[in-house]
Write a protein that binds this ligand. Structure first.
Ligand code: 4NP
Length: 155
């Protein structure tokens, strides 16, 4: 992980649907913008630790030209609040969990869609019980948030 520049962690519940897609979209948008960043994702829950992303998440990433098959789920760790400069939650429940875990002076917390124009406070909906169209919506949402976050970090 580079020791200069922003270090961003995306967090959802399972780390198999939304946050891996946010990680992938943000990695691509940062590269396109020439922004050097360290990026990772994690879940507040532990059910899927060690698993690859959900097949439908892999499929929507693939439809958009990104391979996330090598990602593996992990749970948020207390050290993340020191290792990352920004921890970005995909919805309000996960933001509330992170607010409870955050030590004083720990990473700055936000919601991903706070960074998308006109969408502050909105959640990226959980597509786990949905279908492919829901995963397309997830991809559009995480891309909108990622673009706004890259623009904000570029200043
Ligand atoms: P994610 O989706 O938080 O976007 O990774 C979910 C994945 C798994 C579960 C819930 C949401 N689950 O209950 O197992």
């Amino acid at each position: 992980m580079p020791d200069s520049g922003p270090r961003i962690l995306f967090v959802c519940l399972g780390n198999i649907c939304r946050s891996p897609l946010a990680e992938a979209a943000f990695t691509r948008e940062a590269a396109k913008a020439g922004l050097a960043v360290a990026v990772d994702s994690a879940g507040t829950g532990a059910w899927h630790v060690g698993n690859p992303p959900d097949r439908r998440a892999q499929a929507v990433a693939s439809r958009n030209g990104v391979d996330i098959s090598g990602y593996r789920a992990r749970q948020v760790d207390p050290t993340d609040f020191r290792r990352f400069s920004h921890i970005v939650a995909l919805d309000r429940d996960n933001l509330a969990t992170l607010e409870r875990l955050r030590p004083p002076g720990g990473a700055e917390l936000s919601l991903l869609l706070d960074h998308a124009a006109g969408r502050s406070g909105e959640a990226v909906a959980d597509p786990y019980y949905g279908g492919d169209a829901d995963f397309d919506t997830t991809w559009a949402d995480v891309t909108a948030g990622a673009r706004g976050l890259v623009a904000a970090l570029k200043g």
